[in-house]
Design a protein around this ligand. Sequence first.
Ligand code: BES
Ligand code: MN
Ligand code: MN
Length: 457
Amino acid sequence: MEKALKYIEENKQRFLDELFGLIRIPSVSADPHHKEDMHRATEYLKKNFLASGAGKAEVIATAGHPVVYAEKIIDPALPTVLVYGHYDVQPADPLELWDSPPFEPEIRDGKIYARGADDDKGQMFMHVKAFEAMTKTGTLPANIKFMIEGEEEVGSPSLKQFCMDHKNKLSADVILISDTTMIAPDVPSITVGLRGLAFMEVEITGPNRDLHSGLYGGAVMNPANALAKMIAALTDSDHRITIPGFYDDVLEISEEERKEMAQAPFDLNAFKKSIGIDKEAGEKGYSTIERTGIRPSLDVNGIWGGYTGKGAKTVLPAKAHAKISMRLVPDQKSEKIAGLFAEYFPTLAPEGVKVKVEYLHGGEGYVSPITSVEYKAAAKAIEQSFGKKPVPVRSGGSIPIVAVFEEVLGVKSILMGFGLDEDAIHSPNESYPLFNFYKGIETIPWFYHFYSQMKHA
Ligand code: BES
Ligand code: MN
Ligand code: MN
């Protein structure tokens, strides 16, 4: 282990420079204009894997954006770890809110500022460099495979097929992922739950053209007014979702487990302060951590229609739209929930408008046991490098591929994330502390160390 840690110490600056090279490629999966950048990012990673000691590295086409696969098989009799990450990033806009250009990484106050600095280029690249440190010092104690995808931020639509097509290639004993957060650098944690997701888009249509709001106002159902009422009816005054059957499959957590969850350090005042609100809000009867960790939610992600430019324009829009996401918990199924929404939402419409509902994408939630060898190895690795035992936490976020891995490959994932809530992933001025980047690179070899030790014991 000393050899690998020394290698990391000696190559710190180059590791960062290489990450910057990757960040400079604007691999935004949602925007077709960046298709070429997706290819550039995969080629960059492939070259880096080969230079880092991979026996094989390749770019594999999918129905959507390509996947980078790399491996180093040292002995088929040893356990195999599959590392998953994503090279795609969220769009950077609104650009005017960034203090430095999103794809020109900059270090300020010990943090890397850039789109993808944390999610997930910074976190994923820690594994590539930890891998390099282990291969170059001859200390890799297990087989490693990497699968780095380019569609995570758009719901991984091609990835289930990819897993089915490459089942043998992806076979592994455990999947290791850094694409989540920890409570704080001095309160390390491991994510043991993710929420699922059903993402819907709705369109309300009224008259056949935008109308003068004086000549017609009051005599025609305005689609924007209708949409606002319909959305309002989706939740009640206790913040419960009103869609019939929505809660049917929600796995209720035992009192004992709730008590355990409440042990995780959480500062409500700091939470409110960090996002500039003076009162939290959510389902009656649950704490803030429970509201994101074990309860489902429904939110408007975008809403538009009519005139949204500067100044006033007296118009009654012909159409109004909204994007609505529902975060799901075990054992809710995304397809079923999308179906319930699609059935119920049109029934909320007032007379005089037509409703169209589209299901854009979805994914299932995930829970990981804390009794497995894999979890224990990750916990020991974190304890070793942070000097503290990690706390298991259920995250409110989603990584749809994790449930697919379990379903198609039959392999469980360990979510050993090093991000922080304040990294502002998906927002302007995304950042990632250098401390976390380097601490992650140091922690990962410890995982392999303890994992191979425990597997042999
Ligand atoms: N890395 C995040 C998910 C995440 C972040 C989980 C922090 C837990 C803690 C991932 O890249 C992401 O943004 N996922 C999307 C999924 C969606 C696009 C299908 C999400 O959660 O919105
Ligand atoms: Mn991510
Ligand atoms: Mn993301």
